[in-house]
Design a binder for this molecule. Structure first.
Ligand code: NAD
Ligand code: DAU
Length: 355
């Protein structure tokens, strides 16, 4: 018995691989293209672990993926691989279409032909879990109820549109071909190994480097935040017990405006690593030009996964954010190594035109 994970060198994928191997002895083949967001240093602790096999490949590779499936005979494929940063999708959407839409399509085709030739029992037991996002549902006003699984898709950015397209393809492979698929739609994750282009890790590393903390627009946009290890446990639960063809919303019941998140990060840093001048890190906050088409509010109604599968998050925001800030303080070398090459170029592109 073994599973395939795609995108397992990224933020959530790496946390999932580490988490899975802490909970199980079932081996993982981890397939990742190693884009700017893929970082094998996050998996350094598995270097001598025979349960983890890393393969440098693209999910859209129609030669390599079928060969890997035939060779390893996984009982499940968990698809994390994607281009994931909304701002990058606004500047250059093409990679998002290539990986999130075309790549997912090719992966589905490879998996479908592998699954078709399994014997009846293995066919019945097989699972394809597609990891998706709450952003496919679009934006909520302040008082609208949180997204349920029935909420209509209204993606607003090239990123969320590409994820929505991939969700639809996954759904269609179940409806048309009977492929045993599951989809999870999760809210904003945070925690260890998060690439410092996203809000929380960017604020931590900029604060420590004495740089400005750029808040888009008025900072009142609301996101629901989930500690990444809770997302991992939700995915494990859905693979184990989810009903084929169903989707599950995953969230932390932690809706917060961005400005509050940044104030919380600053307060923790003031406590754990005070500035030399004893002033608060909040002094570094700067309001900058808003993201184009910026979604105002996301909120997840995670009652279905709790009711049907018994999953709920273990961390509160207070416990999770403290662990996260502490992790970044303890892992400055990981941060320094990540802040090279492509990441530096991106910072230039994204923030140069914001006042
Ligand atoms: P990430 O950008 O940190 O990692 C993505 C990984 O996929 C990287 O390791 C990258 O090298 C790899 N990859 C990219 N294109 C690939 C390709 N064509 N073939 C193989 N590998 C490829 O992303 P993340 O934040 O870890 O997100 C993982 C998944 O979870 C994504 O599908 C994302 O849409 C979804 N998601 C993320 C969040 C979040 O808050 N980060 C929330 C909900 C859902
Ligand atoms: O909701 C789930 C999604 O969460 C995932 O599908 C995406 O892959 C993931 O990147 C994340 O998307 P967001 O756009 O919500 O995350 P990001 O960290 O980029 O931004 C969070 C909020 O903070 C958003 O409202 C924009 C704002 N922001 C972001 C950055 C990078 C700022 O105000 N300043 C910044 O510098």
């Amino acid at each position: 018995m073994m599973i395939f994970v795609t995108g397992g060198a990224g933020f959530i994928g790496a946390n999932f691989v580490l988490d899975w191997l802490q909970e199980h002895d079932e081996p993982i083949v981890n397939i990742d293209k190693l884009t700017y967001a893929g970082n094998l240093e996050s998996l350094a602790s598995l270097q001598d672990d025979s349960r983890h096999t890393f393969v440098h490949a693209d999910i859209g590779d129609t030669k390599v993926i079928p060969e890997l499936l035939a060779k390893h005979q996984p009982r499940a494929v968990i698809n994390f691989a994607a281009e994931s940063h909304v701002d990058r999708s606004i500047h250059s959407p093409e990679d998002f279409i290539q990986t999130n839409v075309v790549g997912t399509f090719h992966l589905l085709e490879s998996v479908r032909s592998y699954w078709n030739q399994l014997d009846q029992q293995n066919k019945t037991d097989f699972r394809f879990l597609h990891v998706s996002t709450d952003e496919v549902y679009g934006s909520l006003t302040k008082n609208e109820p949180a997204f349920t699984e029935q909420h209509q898709y209204e993606p607003n950015s090239p990123y969320s549109a590409s994820k929505a397209a991939s969700d639809h393809l996954v759904r269609s492979y179940h409806h048309t071909y009977g492929l045993p698929v599951l989809t999870t739609n999760c809210s904003n994750n945070y925690g260890p190994y998060h690439f410092p282009e996203k809000l929380i890790p960017l604020m931590i590393v900029n604060a420590l480097a004495g740089k400005s903390l750029p808040i888009y627009g008025d900072g009142q946009q609301i996101r629901d935040w989930l500690y990444v290890k809770d997302h991992c446990s939700a995915i494990r639960r859905v693979v184990a017990a989810g009903i084929i063809g169903e989707t599950y919303n995953v969230g932390g019941w932690n809706e917060k405006p961005n400005i509050e998140i940044v104030h919380t990060v600053c307060a923790l840093l003031d406590e754990l690593r005070p500035r030399e001048d004893k002033k608060s890190y909040t002094e570094q906050i700067t309001f900058v030009t808003d993201r184009l088409g910026h979604d105002r509010r996301y909120a997840i109604d995670a009652r279905k996964i709790e009711r049907e599968l018994g999953w709920k998050p273990a961390e509160t925001f207070d416990t999770g954010i403290r662990k996260t800030v502490q992790w970044y303080l303890d892992n400055q070398e990981w941060v320094a190594n990540v802040q090279s090459g492509a990441y530096r170029d991106w910072v230039e592109t994204n923030y140069a035109e914001r006042t």
